[in-house]
Design a protein around this ligand. Structure first.
Ligand code: TRP
Length: 330
């Protein structure tokens, strides 16, 4: 039997190139050799967007379209909506008994996010607890593996602790999931920030049109120390070249540009124009598939309904075992 993978995203907007190199690309590959479950984590998205439920709702469709556009195949991957699996909420409640407040607040990713979001003394309890809910996302499906980036490792660690605690108290119901770390890649933003992200407003979206793409690429941050095209430029850490290396299939062209850049024999404009061409070639088919799928509302609904139904069956079966182990199978 194929090993089961569970991973997913918070629906808080459209997906960008950073998501592509960090996870989407990997998922397209993994779906062939694993039983892949993809959770659209709307409950988790609401923990810091509860004042904007309309944004979360609209983003579910955006995320689904991005998945389909890059080649995630609903025949191979089970795509489902978190809030439609009440078993996850149920399991979360039981797990909350198995962790301490102190432990959840020590989670480094949650700690960073709390700081970033400026909650101060008013941390929503649901937000602080979301790793516990994420442990339920993973274990409700008894996933063997969770493909994640580095920032999500603390979530897997916390899940493993909860699983160990559960199994030792009530008997072995769950497998301890392992993280699956592919080539960990992080794409910088177009502004040179180390991370491409929606909140930093420095992202190129999979759905960006040609004009938008051109505007973003031509305005990209490069080597700040380089003033004239005849100045020798720096390749390392230069987002324009990081993108070239990630998306330009013409390796010769990239090498040539790099050499000339270091020697001060090429201007930023040429480097960026060639990057625009490469990125546009890459995004064009994605963009086209995305707009084709977008026209098929009924098909999209069916993908989510079918995926959710399949996921629910699995989660129900898990909850049966949980109730029995916890002696609440009245
Ligand atoms: N926390 C993840 C993120 O922000 C999304 C997510 C929710 C997830 N549930 C999950 C990832 C379960 C892996 C497994 O990207």
């Amino acid at each position: 039997m194929k090993k089961r993978i569970l991973t997913g995203d918070r629906p808080t907007g459209r997906m960008h190139l950073g998501h592509y190199v960090g996870s989407l690309k990997n998922r397209v590959k993994l779906q062939d050799s694993y039983d892949q479950f993809l959770i659209i984590a709307d409950v988790q998205a609401l923990t810091d967007n509860f004042e904007h439920p309309e944004k979360v709702r609209a983003s579910i469709k955006e995320v689904l379209l991005d998945y389909l556009a890059v080649g995630i195949d609903p025949k191979k991957s089970t795509i489902f909506i978190q809030s439609l699996i009440p078993e996850i909420a149920e399991l979360t409640v039981f797990y909350l008994d198995l962790v301490t407040l102190e432990r959840v607040l020590r989670n480094p990713t949650v700690k960073d996010e709390i700081k970033q979001k400026g909650f101060g003394q008013n941390i929503p309890a649901g937000f602080a607890m979301y790793p516990v809910s994420q442990a339920a996302d993973i274990t409700a499906f008894n996933a063997d593996l969770v493909p994640v980036g580095a920032d999500q490792l603390p979530m897997i660690e916390q899940t493993r602790e909860i699983v160990r605690r559960f199994n030792s108290l009530y008997g072995k119901v769950f497998v301890e999931p392992d993280p699956l770390i592919g080539e960990v890649k992080r794409l910088p933003g177009i502004d040179g920030n180390a991370k491409m992200s929606k909140s930093l407003d420095n992202a190129i979206y999979l759905s960006d049109g040609e004009d938008e793409l051109k505007r973003k690429v031509m305005g990209m941050y490069t080597d700040p120390a380089r003033i004239h095209p005849t100045d020798p430029g720096k390749i390392e850490g230069n987002p324009v070249f990081i993108y070239h290396e990630a998306f330009n299939p013409n390796k010769k062209e990239v090498e040539d540009l790099e050499r000339r850049y270091e020697e001060g024999r090429v201007g930023d404009v040429e480097v960026k124009e060639k990057l625009f061409v490469a990125l546009n070639e890459f995004l064009k088919p994605i963009r086209e598939r995305r707009s084709e799928f977008a026209k098929e509302g009924a098909r999209l609904d069916k993908i989510l309904t079918d995926g959710t139904a399949r996921a629910r069956e699995v989660a129900k079966e898990t909850m049966k075992q949980v109730r029995k182990a916890m002696k609440i199978d009245y």
